[in-house]
Design a protein around this ligand. Sequence first.
Ligand SMILES: [Zn+2]
Length: 245
Amino acid sequence: MNLNKYSRQIPLSFVGLTGQKRINETKIAIIGAGALAHSCSIYLAAGGVGEFTFFDQDIVEESNLSRQIFFSEQDIGKSKVKCLIKYLEKIHDKTKFNSIEKFFCKNDESLIPSDYHLIINASDNYLTRKSINLVSLKKNIPWLDMGILKMQGHFCIYNPGCGCYECLFQNIPESTRNCSFSGILSPVCGVIGSYGANEVLKYILNKNQNFINEYIQFDLDKNIFKKFFWKKNKNCILCQNIQSV
Ligand SMILES: [Zn+2]
């Protein structure tokens, strides 16, 4: 372990050498290589997470550059995952970064190695959230959901055994609401992605065990922060029927 690199984080009572080692051994899959993936992954990599696998099928477009802060004009037309990893590798060359250039689907559990510790949703659609939820239950791997729209954001960690996305959002209709249609103020992506990274590091370190089943909502227009507690739905079809592999 590079003690000097993490010398400002290790003194925290809930980190220490043991916690830092746990962070360094953590492997995370990130679904999406857009704005939330940028702000979330840079803090996780800086904090010491040892391995990442990014999933995204898109190429960089000019309209991405106002939010997806690690892409440049020279990246336009190139693979998002490849460009993001190229940027992250320049700063953290000891960290392992893998790329899978495809849209993440509900049958992609074999693409998430069994020794991975967490999946992060950095995409902006409900279909992908449902797919991650299924894979999370099948693989028995927790996942962090993040979302942004206009000046609002949210995040929540779903831990198999404690309930799932379906428990909370039963029968949610397919929605076409995303930033392409409704808009987003650039820094909102940075705020929510950073909060997500903070939540993941706390989760890795087993800090605040009781934050499980908390759903956090932000209104960054009025600066209102709300926290909801939710319970596992005893009648959830997915929690009842999905067997982990
Ligand atoms: Zn459920």
